[in-house]
Design a protein around this ligand. Structure first.
Ligand code: KG4
Ligand code: ZN
Length: 337
């Protein structure tokens, strides 16, 4: 199938055309993040207004980049949630309108199922189930045992902040711009990883859950108690602690499921170079997959088109059922047990 997808859950406006869930024909992303560099986070009203301004030019560009017209498409897909409601509605309203005008079926996709599908985009050899998937972004930190696209078990999730949120809040404490992930990573480049000692969250518990609020609080006290400490050292030690916690939980999950041969890391935080390096060092006898390009790590419509294809493959006609747009939508209800 050839699916045109729209993704507008936060501050990115994206439209993409993907064939067979893997071959990306176009993936256009406009971002309003510059507007939020100084506010330390997204202002929903402004993000929604930017979505409305960008969505039609982005849609036109996605068709032009692919050299296609609406006639070439088999379906339209859109992120139905979760996310910022105003931003989401800009996407779902546009998708409903173009699907009606172009007479195409419409598929509503859960944002996180999109991230989980991102490792299929441009993959030379398709991933093989069962696999372990670490989904890490600004809104969630989840560890899934996946048997199929729509069949998985949630092994663990964060009990408080998400990993991306810990990067964003840490950056704000260090006086670095939003989004925090890339700015902490940049500041950490010339810092010492062992300059400051951070706690090891939940280290006494045999669990696949995560907890990030303690690391964030530890950073707050280190900054308070070490005036004049180099930002590079603070950023490097903090980034190391955030990544170490992710690696430790993945290692624990692999001891529970030694049959697993593939570990996927998806979502905005999967763009992190230090995390990729650490996973490569510590995970032996498994293939670690991250999305093929950095554009597929953070929010993008190509991953939504891929997820829509897999929904049709595994759900058939039910993939086209009417859906509501929702700011909070549990993924476990859709794909897990
Ligand atoms: O998946 P995403 O684009 O949006 C959500 O669904 O939340 O993820 C955004 C998150 C932000 O918290 C951002 O700071 C983080 O991903 N992020 C990174 C990096 N790039 C983005 N975190 C660490 N290192 C990066 N290079
Ligand atoms: Zn996302």
């Amino acid at each position: 199938m050839r699916i045109l997808a729209i993704e507008t859950s936060c501050d990115e406006t994206s439209a993409a055309i993907v064939e067979d869930g893997m071959r990306v024909r176009s993936n256009v992303i406009a971002s309003s993040r510059k507007a939020f560099e100084r506010s330390g986070g997204v202002i929903p009203e402004i993000a929604a207004r930017r979505q409305i301004e960008s969505i039609l030019p982005v849609l036109d560009l996605a068709l032009a980049d692919a050299g296609m017209t609406p006639r070439d498409l088999d379906a339209v897909a859109v992120t139905k949630g979760p996310g910022l409601l105003g931003s989401l509605l800009a996407g779902t309203t546009t998708a409903r309108a173009v699907a009606y005008i172009w007479k195409k079926p419409l598929i509503g996709v859960h944002h996180t199922l999109g991230h989980l599908s991102s490792t299929w985009l441009d993959a030379k050899d398709p991933p093989v189930f069962p696999l372990l998937a670490l989904s890490v972004s600004g809104g969630h930190t989840d560890l899934w045992l996946r048997h199929a696209h729509l069949r998985g078990t949630l092994l663990g999730q964060t009990r408080d902040d998400a990993a991306g949120e810990a990067f964003d809040k840490g950056a704000s404490m260090l006086g670095l711009p939003y989004p925090g992930g890339p700015s902490v990573a940049k500041a950490a480049e010339n810092g010492k990883r062992d300059a400051f000692a951070f706690p090891h969250p939940l280290h006494k518990e045999k669990t696949c859950d995560f907890s990030y609020s303690g690391l964030k609080t530890a950073l707050k006290y280190i900054i308070r108690d070490t005036p004049g400490a180099p930002v590079a050292d603070l950023a490097a030690s903090y980034e190391h602690a955030l990544c170490d916690h992710l690696c430790t939980r993945v290692e624990h999950a692999l001891t529970l499921h030694p049959e697993i041969r593939e570990v996927h890391v998806v979502g905005g935080v999967s763009a992190n170079t230090h995390l990729r390096w650490m996973l490569g060092q510590r995970l032996r006898n498994v293939t670690v997959r991250t999305p093929a390009t950095l554009a597929y790590c953070t929010d993008n419509a190509a991953m939504i088109a891929a997820a829509a294809e897999f929904l049709v493959q595994e759900k058939g006609e039910a993939a086209y059922e009417p859906f509501a747009t929702g700011a909070s939508l549990p993924l476990a209800e859709a794909i897990g047990r």
